[in-house]
Design a protein. Structure first.
Length: 214
């Protein structure tokens, strides 16, 4: 009997230990429920980039811009000449209007109208081709740059990268330290080296419209 009585306290102690291990209060002690822990704010790093400027300032972008300029400059020069020819005809009509016959004025006006029509058509064709070429370049180089941006953002703990070259991006202010454009340009050039890249060149601008009729 003594052995059985002595075993009772030992069993009670074991029961208390098991109850504590299971997160339950021991029979002799009531434990207070744990307080809920509210999650803290999730740290967020945001960066900005001017994607258009980044692309055009890479060596690939500078070479592409120079190629576009070389390709479209002859067409632009031809349009400039056509515009000058039309303006010369308009000046001739304006100065000689008082002394010209109606037939001569009508013939000259037809030349002006035909020149304007030809100029407008060729200018529109060039602008369409230029826009298509620029879109192709942006799509090609943009795909390469996105890989650089994703890798950079992942390695540096950025959760969001905003393109401030897009007017639809609602960024009213950003610290200079958040601008990753120079870093992306540098990393892009390291990943895609180009030998003897030219200096930045402005893309071919559309020719101006001819002067209005007098």
């Amino acid at each position: 009997m003594k052995k059985n009585v002595a075993a009772v306290p030992a069993l009670l102690c074991c029961a208390a230990v098991l109850a504590c291990a299971q997160g339950q209060p021991a029979p002799s002690q009531a434990a207070a429920p744990p307080r809920p822990v509210s999650p803290g704010p999730v740290p967020t790093k945001i960066a900005i980039i001017n994607i258009q400027s980044a692309i055009l300032n890479t060596k690939d972008g500078m070479k592409a811009a120079a190629d576009v300029q070389a390709k479209f400059n002859p067409r632009k020069a031809d349009l400039d000449k056509k515009r000058s020819d039309v303006e010369a005809l308009q000046d001739q009509l304006r100065k000689g209007s008082a002394t010209m016959s109606d037939e001569a004025k009508e013939r000259l006006q037809k030349e002006i109208d035909s020149g304007n029509k030809d100029f407008t058509r060729k200018q529109q064709d060039m602008n369409d081709d230029l826009e298509q070429e620029q879109s192709r370049i942006m799509q090609d180089l943009g795909g390469k740059m996105m890989k650089v941006i994703e890798e950079y953002a992942t390695q540096n703990g950025y959760s969001v990268v905003l393109d401030v070259s897009n007017p639809q991006t609602d960024v009213l202010w950003a610290a200079a330290s958040t601008n990753i454009t120079p870093d992306i340009v540098r990393l892009y050039d390291q990943a895609h080296p180009v030998a003897d890249a030219p200096k930045p060149a402005a893309p071919a601008a559309p020719a101006a419209a001819p002067a209005k009729k007098p």
